[in-house]
Design a protein around this ligand. Sequence first.
Ligand code: AGP
Length: 618
Amino acid sequence: MCGIVGYTGKQRAAPLILEGLKRLEYRGYDSAGIAVPAADGFHVTKKIGRVANLEVETNRHKVAGNYGIGHTRWATHGGVTQENAHPHVSSDGAIVLIHNGVIENYTSIKKFLLGRGYTFKSETDTEALCNLIAYHYAKEPKAAADGESRLLESVRKTLLHVEGTYGIVVMGIDTPGELVCARKGSPLILGIGDGENLVASDVAAIVSRTQNVVYLKDGELARHTPASFSLSTVNEGDIKAVIDQVTWSIADAELGTHAHFMEKEIFEQPTALENTMRGRFSEDGSTAQFGGLNLSAAEFRQIDRFMFCACGTAWHACLVTEHLIERFARVPVEVDYASEFRYRNAPLHSNTLFFVMSQSGETIDTLAALREAKRKGYRVLAVNNVVGSTIAREADGGIYQHVGPEVGVASTKAFTSQLLIGAMMALYIGRMRDMSFSDGAAYVNALKAAPNLVREVLKQAPAIRKIAERFAQYSDMLFLGRLSLFPIALEGALKLKEISYIHAEGYPAAEMKHGPIALISEQCPSVFLVTKGEMFAKVVSSMQEVKARKGLIIAICTEGLELPAGLADELITIPDCDEAVLPIVATIPVQLLSYYIAVIRECDVDKPRNLAKSVTVE
Ligand code: AGP
């Protein structure tokens, strides 16, 4: 959601902070701001809209200074105005701060501070935090007797009185070169450089300067100077830092020859799938193996039920996984929205293994579901792409997706990688039960074929673009599929609405006649995902019902299936493939269709309105 960047070192801070903010724009934004030291306090620049607007303003003033902080805001408390944008400066001018998260007790803090002469300019909860740090800063002796930083001490004292979530970076008027950071429920990553140190809410903002990072944990504080950094906790003294290495480079997060990150990531899928399965098949080629489950085969065998929680696209991946595990391993699976699970106090079977899926590993509802399940004593595993994310760290074990950074807000390569992991889990669990060696070996071969099948479908991009041209101006669309392709219908509808702002709904095809059929007309086209096997005839009947009501049809259909003549207005043929990989292969046309429709409508594909890449507030 909001993005944070901080720098202290020898370079001019502003251009580095602006570069970092641009790399965070995909996480959501509506305004941006920057603060660097000036002769008489802090030079603060804020602008509504894009970081590019802020850059023009910052360059106009030729802002100097070798340390500073910057922020992209996604509004929670208070509208999108310049006053509400970050950084915020305390009313005495002593403290400047950027904040991600929500301060729940800000009204009582504000009341306390108003009584002590502090004033407020914005409608934000953040300003209360800023002024409270200033209050403690003013009371701290300028040179702390024990050598402790005055700024760090005032932040620590403040946080003892704060309820809510935060990732903050703070600068003080009398503490040059120093940044104090703290985290509770909102990600912060320290970048450890050579003669310079950085902090950001996302690795993407700092990886161009250093690959040495420290993932701050909840309750931890960090103090950066250009030459040093230290870690402590809110309640205690110094702690030892573990420095991790980022495994990808800045080139992985760059557009290259592509027009948008979404396009780049759609076309990266064959390689992403290869990376997801690399080293994850047994030597005898009959099952999957996962290194990080932290659960022996014997323990896994005891599980007689699985529960999956996730949000958005990852929730769709869980639905496909449910279908595949139940189909191939014959073990019951339940799937819930993480946001619902966390509050509905669902009764769970005792031998349940809990899974969460999250590309970012920072989605607050998914994290809360994980914590709730752990609180109830369940072991929780995570399927997650971002190494070192909060979910990855708090889970008891899990499976990394290994697809590299996903920058486009609309999830694409992370989704198909989750589908692949779901299919591999069905194999792994199935082989522990009744799936034979030869069935397992055939299944492994089917999975290994997935990258090339996806390559085949990608070759149809120009033809799908032509179809998109015909359908780009409609304002409603239905996506219909059955069994494992029903979640792909949901995903197709989500992709279309999030990037092109066309109203779209996904349904199991047979459910259409229980309501959505009322929408069918010449003005509301349908995308049918046509399933082979026993469901084929039934999906064709649903298509006939649409045709009878003058609805236009785009059919996504496997090779070899014969649709009645004239039934589909547009046909996209996908290669015939095994059931385990069909959802992956069928996803590609719906991604391309949504992408091209959004491009034709001139929508901002990578930064759709109101959306954030990872939703870190409730
Ligand atoms: C995907 O296109 C969406 N932008 C969104 O639904 C996303 O999948 C959801 O917010 C969950 O994110 P996560 O996988 O990072 O937890």
